[in-house]
Design a protein around this ligand. Sequence first.
Ligand SMILES: [Zn+2]
Length: 301
Amino acid sequence: MLIELLPTFFAAAIALPLVWHGSIKSRAESRADLSYRVSSMTYWSGVILKRTDGFFKKFGDTNRTIEKRELQLKAVSEFPFIRQTILREFPYVRDWTHEERLKFEIRTLIIMRKKHFRGAEGFEISNYHKIIISATLARLTMGIRRKFDLPRFQLIEVYPREFYSRLIERDVKGLTLGNGRLFLSWAHFEEGHDDPSDKVHVGLHEFAHAIMIEFDKFEYTPAWADWHREADPVYRSIADTENHFFRQYGGTNMAEFWAVTVETFFEQPREFSMQFPSLFRETCRMLNQWPQEVNGEIVKW
Ligand SMILES: [Zn+2]
């Protein structure tokens, strides 16, 4: 087995230093931009080469890299504002570990830089809006390792209020399209953000649709079958239950139920876990996120 791999190792031994050389040059050219080379092949080749001590063991362990990046981040001009805004707008991060906070901040920054934000119908989009929207996505995908930024979605268009969609021929508060475009009404986004426990958040809702599209309707996500099995009876019960724990809109179809479940998961985790423990557990598995529990009761995110 090992012998069969030898040619690959030799090829890598020759190719990687060349790539690494290129990476030194390009990194030096964009020193202020270091953190954005996270996904760059050349950068990672460099990281791998530098870690000759236990290359296989450490591959994939990004914690040390993240810590080292904190220093580099200080060179990124908008970073202090991102940190400040996150602390103010997502105050629960104060309870998180240093690593978790840093990961959240870095991911927010990466998303913010990668997405194209556009204001529509006169909406002037500022860095503040971009941070809140990016952090909402980062929050939702904190447990997802690859594609946490949902690369299929390039454009986020923000309207000042409800807007008319020609595609579905009615006014909407948010819309997610399979072609990688996501639309939001800022008025409703803000309303959802400002009330963190009413189970309604158009940002989380639309991003939940976007995750589903990004990951091919979860066709290759092993946890989806279990989630679906637990979700099905709950979903069916919405239509004929008054004051159901999940809002009526979740009963429209399974994609809407998924989006409504995600909103509920973040906004009322304790009640959700008490009333529908198995569905809650499966939602944790789907998002790879578990809130902190004490004696079986959720105390905080
Ligand atoms: Zn929806």
